[in-house]
Write a protein that binds this ligand. Structure first.
Ligand code: PMV
Length: 309
């Protein structure tokens, strides 16, 4: 028997832009998933037969790594699914990590690499950001620009990404989940159309670059007022690109009225969640709940995916 635990994530700045190689800043969070693997007579997931459509990420991970006897996989998640909080990335990294560990081949770079392949193939396009932050924990910057000190790098369809560690002291973030499922592949496609067919779309994506780099500095300097105002700017761009929704706007406004320094959608959008930062997380969480959002106050997960034996 083997158990792997992986944190979920929030994207602090730069979602969607990262699909085009722009920088993206994200942080692993204290909501986690666990995957337990045992020998079995047949392949099952949570006691049901392994199903190509229902267990799409797990099936893909098995196809890539596992050539041995049938196993049962049991998952436990604190992360709501399709919420923009990395539930599929965390399930994927935990599953990949556990399978590699059973084969005696567990190492973070291979977990990040295989997990990205799984997400990319399942979603028909993705950046390595989500699976990398779940793998390494803490905070990361994913960017097409090559500089010294990267954790790992990958390339797909003519695009390269380098994943860098970011120094983050323990930080609290308020999440407001709209309760509406965010459909990542659809949102990626919708924004791709905007970016490919209009120069305005491309300008918006380009504008994210400076914002994310300035936001990274603010995070490292613990200047949360500045980070908050950059989050607001980033949200405006995402809204213009078509990634927001009326539920997202409602929760975002509630967070700002409750004194948040900044609030934005996180992840693909179209539903899913917002994140907000401020000096009174409880007050922000209360305001989100009053508007029928589900609030979570989370902190930085210092560790990425790990194996419990
Ligand atoms: O909503 P999530 O957690 O799947 O995040 C998607 C983030 C995107 O930038 C839109 C896509 C990606 O793969 O980076």
């Amino acid at each position: 028997m083997i158990v792997a635990i992986s944190p979920g994530k929030v994207i602090l700045l730069g979602e969607h832009g990262v699909v085009y190689g722009k920088p993206c800043l994200s942080m692993a969070i204290s909501l986690k998933v666990a995957v337990n693997i045992e020998k079995n007579k047949e392949f099952t997931v949570n006691s049901l037969p392994l199903d190509e459509r229902r267990h799409v990420y797990i099936k893909k991970a098995i196809d890539k790594i596992w050539d041995k006897e049938p196993i049962s996989i049991t998952t436990f998640s604190q992360i709501p699914s399709a919420s923009g909080l990395g539930s599929s990335a965390a399930i994927t990294t935990a599953c990949v990590a556990a399978l590699l560990a059973i084969k005696g081949k567990f190492n973070l770079e291979d977990v990040a690499k295989t997990s990205f392949e799984v997400e990319y193939e399942v979603q028909g396009g993705a950046s390595p950001n989500d699976t990398s932050v779940c793998t390494y924990g803490n905070a990361i910057l994913t960017w097409e620009k090559k500089m010294p000190g990267y954790l790992w790098a990958t390339a797909k369809d003519g695009r390269e990404w380098f994943v860098y560690p970011v120094k983050v002291h323990d930080m609290k973030v308020v999440i407001g989940h709209t309760g509406i499922k965010s459909k990542t592949p659809l949102l990626i496609k919708k924004i791709r159309r905007f970016v490919e067919y209009s120069s305005f779309g491309r300008e918006l994506i380009n504008e994210m670059e400076n914002l994310v780099i300035e936001g990274k500095k603010a995070l490292e300097n613990r200047d949360f007022v500045k980070l908050g105002s950059i989050m607001n700017e980033n949200h405006k761009i995402l809204h213009t690109l078509g990634a927001s929704s009326k539920e997202i706007e409602k929760l975002r406004l509630a967070a700002l009225k409750a004194g948040a320094y900044g609030a934005k959608l996180t992840g693909a959008g179209g539903g899913g969640s917002i994140i907000a930062i401020g000096d009174n997380p409880e007050k922000i969480a209360e305001a989100i709940e009053k508007k029928k959002g589900k609030a979570y106050i989370v902190s930085t997960a210092k560790e990425g995916v790990k194996i419990l034996k």
